[in-house]
Design a protein around this ligand. Sequence first.
Ligand code: NAP
Length: 341
Amino acid sequence: MTDTVNQGRFKNPVEAVLVGTKELIRVKPNTRPINDADQLTGKTCLITGANSGVGWGVAKLWAERGASLIMACRTLVPDRAAELRELSGNLNIKLYELDLGDFNKIDAFVTSLKVDGVKLDISLFNAGLGAAKAKKTALGFEELFQVNYLAKFYLVNRLLAEGVIPNKTIAGNRKDGDPVHRMMFTSSDSHRGAQPINTETLGVFYEYGAKGGIANYSYYKLVLNTFAMELSKRLNKEGDPVDVSVLPICPGPVNTNIIRNAPPLLRAVLGAIFKIGFQPPDKAAPPFLYLAAAEEVEGKTGLYMHMKTEKNMDDKCYDAEAGAALWARSVELLAGIGRKI
Ligand SMILES: NC(=O)c1ccc[n+]([C@@H]2O[C@H](COP(=O)([O-])OP(=O)(O)OC[C@H]3O[C@@H](n4cnc5c(N)ncnc54)[C@H](OP(=O)(O)O)[C@@H]3O)[C@@H](O)[C@H]2O)c1
């Protein structure tokens, strides 16, 4: 297979970051600004990839608002939980190891939460990467596909099955009147315009370069959003009160370490644009607090935010047939590596 198997929204990474910069100015907010009433005291919140970029920005804001925070990180040194306890004065912050490139570590993470008796009120599946070229993982998948999608599919389903994310539908450990878990995914508006999901090629490794990297990034965000809508449907029967809220969100363009895998020259060009045109992680964090804490979000599922704007995703994300086929393919790929949900 070639570089052009998956078609994304952008022709190259420079076009992608320039469009992101424009959208920062053009997309008009239609939700209220966060305020002092948006608090997380008494809420147990998980953030994956909490040590860097968007995850770190959100972790700081949620810690300031009183959350009991679980920072799930691949990189454990420096200890960002200790740093955040110091910075925020909030002592209810714990660090757990989570490497989405290693399914044994995902299992170990889920087991640790279960053994520690954790019941999550809010989760943010945020960890992700950008790729400048294809990289095969130990399991034979392409890294971007595994980390940005399949590992999340597995992790979320394991947390639901074990009741770490309380729910009536699968674990049966949530009662009427209990708080509704809010599950958020850090997605990207770049999913818009990506090609429809092809379940035959999904999960099949092929070589690609920088152009394929940007196409695959947006394609796997479309895949992630489609999974989120399918999950929302499976967890929430139409007409019944919501069991688990599923809420994808795009932070907009944020100056983070996401371009760390780009070749040096491209990294220098993109880095300069990021520095001037992109928002710092602290500025990107408020909509994540809105989704986590706002009363307006209570009992809602399937809503998508692009920065401070609630809007529809690409129509393809709501395609019921595509969602069901994606679910079946994901289960099949997991079975191929000896895992089931
Ligand atoms: N930056 C933007 O403009 C932008 C826009 C839209 C969406 N996003 C999304 O925001 C999310 C966070 O990215 P970022 O921009 O904040 O980039 P970042 O600063 O590079 O942060 C990425 C985070 O993901 C973690 N991660 C990467 N691979 C992992 C793995 N195999 N297992 C566990 N954790 C892993 C990283 O951990 P390590 O430090 O250990 O590598 C880091 O904590 C991503 O999902 C990205 O797609 C970003």
